[in-house]
Write a new protein. Structure first.
Length: 373
């Protein structure tokens, strides 16, 4: 009897659940037609452990429940990554997968890739080749190291492929003589196309007292903003001014909420419509209905682009340069005056190019792993 192909998927943070849902669905569709010939083992590191940041995604996106939960959240970078490495290694020894599949650039991503590569298990990295060129970002370190030890580098854009080639990729790895780089498109575009109808049909903006195209959506969670009180205060000063012109709804990350509550500028929240973190479907609906999006989230920059909503990015750089090159996204850093000025000037461009594939990225990833097996 032929042994089933075993793919071990490592997740830990909100964006990874969204990305993994697309590949997991492709695996289930294949199994439905081929007598369950692939086994996917899902490991949830617990990097995001709040129910609104984690559990609800498995429910509404129909992702199989994790086979292993590591509960490694709430720690510093070193302690978190080290604990994940230790626990993932134990799981790999038990499960003996053919592939370890990692997504994005979190501590979970790096821990999974390192543990697997040290055990000579093949690693596939989804979203390979992204670069901010800012080594002060923990995510930049995670993504560079993960790329280096992965066997398949599944890049979402041509820019990501060029980044890898410029750095000298592909390299030999522990399990292959040479890595392979593939531009498969963006799995988040797959997810947006698949779930946007459900979001439109099941979520009503009246839930938050909002009108279609009559509000702005904002999210803030990156350490470069939340850990710098001057930057954070400047951003919220800008949001207060914008809220005088247009309502702003702000799903507030638990960490950001705690920092603001302990600051001297917590009163700046009073003019905003602050809500708890939302589910993926709710977030999609708010993105679709927004006149404008302000964010420091990489994923939300792309989703704004997918939904054809102008975006203002509250960072000094972005990995998703296609969104800025096309005019749909404006980089403004954290300067209050600049944020307000760009808000006043922002309009949707007349056209949009297809930088992120055709919505079949997950199938390309899955088929590549199958053919290799």
């Amino acid at each position: 009897m032929t042994r089933k192909l075993k793919i071990l998927t490592i997740l830990g943070a909100r964006p990874q659940f969204i990305k993994a849902a697309t590949v997991s669905r492709a695996i289930r569709e294949y199994n439905a037609k081929n007598s369950y010939s692939i086994k996917e083992i899902i490991v949830h590191t617990g990097q995001h452990y709040d129910a609104n940041m984690s559990d609800v995604f498995f429910e509404e996106m129909d992702i199989p429940r994790p086979d292993h939960r590591l509960e490694c959240g709430g720690l510093g970078h070193g302690a978190m990554t080290g604990r994940m490495l230790e626990k993932i290694e134990e799981i790999l020894e038990k499960e003996k997968p053919d592939w370890v599949l990692v997504y994005g650039d979190t501590n979970s991503t790096l821990a999974g890739a390192l543990a697997a590569s040290k055990m000579h298990i093949q690693v596939a990295h989804v979203e390979a080749g992204l670069r901010s060129f800012n080594m002060a970002m923990p995510e930049e370190i995670n993504r560079i190291l993960t790329d280096r030890v992965s066997n398949y580098l599944f890049s979402p854009t041509e820019t990501a492929v060029k980044n890898l080639e410029h750095e000298g990729f592909p390299f030999p790895t522990a399990t292959k003589d040479k890595q392979e780089i593939l531009n498969v498109g963006d799995v988040m575009f797959d997810a947006t196309l698949f779930y946007k109808s459900k979001a439109k049909e099941t979520v009503n903006l009246e839930k938050w007292g909002l009108d279609e195209k009559g509000y702005s959506l904002c999210t803030i969670h990156r350490a470069e903003n939340t850990d710098d009180h001057n930057r954070l205060e400047s951003i919220f000063q800008a949001l207060r001014e914008i809220s005088k012109i247009m309502p702003i709804i702000l799903p507030l990350h638990p960490r950001t909420k705690k920092i603001i509550s302990e600051s001297s500028f917590s009163d700046l929240l009073s003019t905003l419509k602050v809500v708890d973190p939302l589910s993926y479907i709710e977030t999609q609906r708010l993105e679709m209905g927004a006149k404008l999006i302000l964010t420091d989230s990489g994923g939300m920059q792309k989703e704004a682009f997918f939904h054809k909503v102008p975006c203002i990015t509250l960072r000094d750089e972005t990995e998703w340069v296609e969104t800025t090159d096309s005019g749909w996204n404006k980089l403004v850093s954290a300067n209050a005056d600049k944020i307000v000025d760009v808000f006043s000037e922002t309009q949707a461009p007349e056209e949009q190019l297809k930088y992120y594939g055709d919505g079949q990225s997950a199938s390309r990833i899955f088929n590549t792993l199958m053919n290799e097996y």
